[in-house]
Design a protein around this ligand. Structure first.
Ligand code: AMP
Ligand code: GLY
Length: 430
């Protein structure tokens, strides 16, 4: 069996690793992949956004199943192109991927379906005055978001209404966010603790994975600018069983059935970013894919044959497969970054200690921004490695991940030292 994985991050390495760890592993191709995927699968030189290149590859190689990692190819219609030609794929249609690709679509969808989220209004380029009035009516802090895809940089939390007005002007009038910012969402600032819940959907049914928590800010104690994610752990105790049950009834179920009722059934991983305030969950955002680094802690907790799970998702038969089985363990991931990230950084530095790190009990190093030069693994991105470990408690998983991270070095390397702290505090006896 041949599987194509689309993408090149830690998420895609984790997907390849999980597929290849099975007893009878499939042949796995990755487009374009990284140094980690090259060691366990075939990297192919096609960009994740090259829809026609990917389509030709799938046709020529008779690929049996395609798993799409990142959002751009989904928003560009890769899943539709494959499905309409009869190829099996895990990933939503372009229409359903609007949940991530258009914040205006996502907010309007939540309103239509009574899914709890922040109060908002949307505005187009010639509606700056109306946006300013709404910003003043909401008061600070207030959030201004470019509606389109902006590589995680399109949501600006503004501490003053002046800053919010300026941000709205930059997006709508000055075109500083390009096409993505020609329509904006202005919304109420939500207080509370963030967590994410993931569902794997096959168009009509779904299964839930472990709730997880990411660490978006670059610095310890959630300081500094936003990043793609500096580390994650799962399960996240802030979403206990009772809260997860509420999230399922109030958010996941109406999302999946709402999309199906609107004629755009959702197939693939659905990522729901939540804000939890006084025990009440509201949606911050939807993503139409697995999170990264969240995938790196979710996949090791699956007690399932991942290939079967992916095939059942693609063929719409998750229900027949029955409930998903998760290991009763914890997983933690610490992301090792290039000095300067999320700003500009240098690349091409050799990485040492990868083998030593992999010797740590329960540890697995997932590659993100890495490539091979002169037979050495070198840095080639901002987020370089996701050092992941499982353990029978969150404490053990974190200790193992940090122990493995300590074996690795490259010039300029840095990481957060407080991954999982909120989870540990919550688990302390009262
Ligand atoms: P988004 O691009 O919508 O995922 O937003 C990025 C980050 O901005 C989120 O993970 C939150 O930390 C923050 N954020 C977005 N919207 C809100 C909101 N309404 N209230 C508070 N924080 C928000
Ligand atoms: N870790 C956040 C994301 O994947 O969007």
């Amino acid at each position: 069996m041949r599987i194509l994985v689309v993408g090149s991050g830690g998420r895609e390495h984790a997907i390849c690793y999980t597929l290849r760890a099975a007893e009878n592993p499939p042949e796995v191709f990755v487009a374009p992949g990284n140094a980690g995927t090259a060691a366990i699968a075939h990297n192919i030189d096609i960009e994740a956004t090259d829809i026609s290149g990917l389509l030709t590859f799938v046709e020529e190689m008779s690929v049996d199943l395609t798993i799409v990692g990142p959002e751009q190819p989904l928003v560009l219609g890769l899943a539709d192109a494959l499905r309409s030609r009869g190829f099996a794929v895990v990933g939503p249609s372009a229409a359903a991927a609007q949940l991530e690709g258009s914040k205006v679509f996502a907010k309007d969808f939540m309103k239509r379906n009574a899914i709890p989220t922040a109060i908002y209004r949307s505005f187009t380029s010639h509606e700056l005055d109306a946006a300013v009035s709404f910003i003043r009516a909401l008061g600070a802090p207030v959030v201004v978001k470019a509606s389109g895809l902006a590589a995680g940089k399109g949501a600006i939390v503004c501490d003053t209404t002046d800053e919010a007005e300026e941000t709205a002007r930059m997006m709508l009038v000055d075109d500083r966010f390009g096409e993505a910012g020609r329509e904006i969402v202005v919304e109420e600032f939500m207080r509370g603790e963030e967590a994410s819940v993931f569902a794997l959907c096959d168009g009509s049914s779904y299964v839930l994975l472990s709730p997880a928590q990411d660490h978006k800010r670059v610095g310890d104690s959630d300081t500094g600018p936003n990043t793609g994610g500096m580390g994650a752990y799962a399960p996240a105790p802030v979403v206990d069983a009772a809260l997860l049950a509420r999230v399922e009834v109030e958010i996941i179920r109406p999302t999946v059935s709402g999309l199906a009722n609107e004629g755009i059934p959702y197939n693939g991983f659905l990522y729901v970013g939540l804000m939890i305030e006084d025990g009440n969950p509201r949606v911050v955002e939807y993503n139409c894919r697995l999170g990264d680094p969240e995938a790196q802690v979710l996949l090791p907790l699956l007690n399932e044959d991942f290939r079967n799970l992916m095939q059942a998702t693609a063929s719409g038969s998750l229900k027949e497969k029955g409930p998903i089985s998760l290991r009763p363990d914890s997983a933690a991931c610490v992301v090792l970054c290039s000095g300067g990230y999320p700003g500009p950084y240098a690349m091409g530095f050799p990485i040492s200690g990868l083998e030593e790190a992999a010797q740590v009990d329960g540890a697995q190093v997932f590659h993100a921004g890495t490539s091979v030069a002169d037979d050495r693994v070198v840095t080639s991105g901002g987020r370089v490695l996701g050092v992941t470990a499982t353990g029978d408690s969150l404490e053990q998983a974190l200790a193992r991940a940090y122990s493995a991270a300590g074996k690795i070095s490259f010039e300029g390397m840095f990481f957060r030292h407080d991954i999982g702290r909120k989870g540990l505090e919550r688990l302390l006896p009262a």
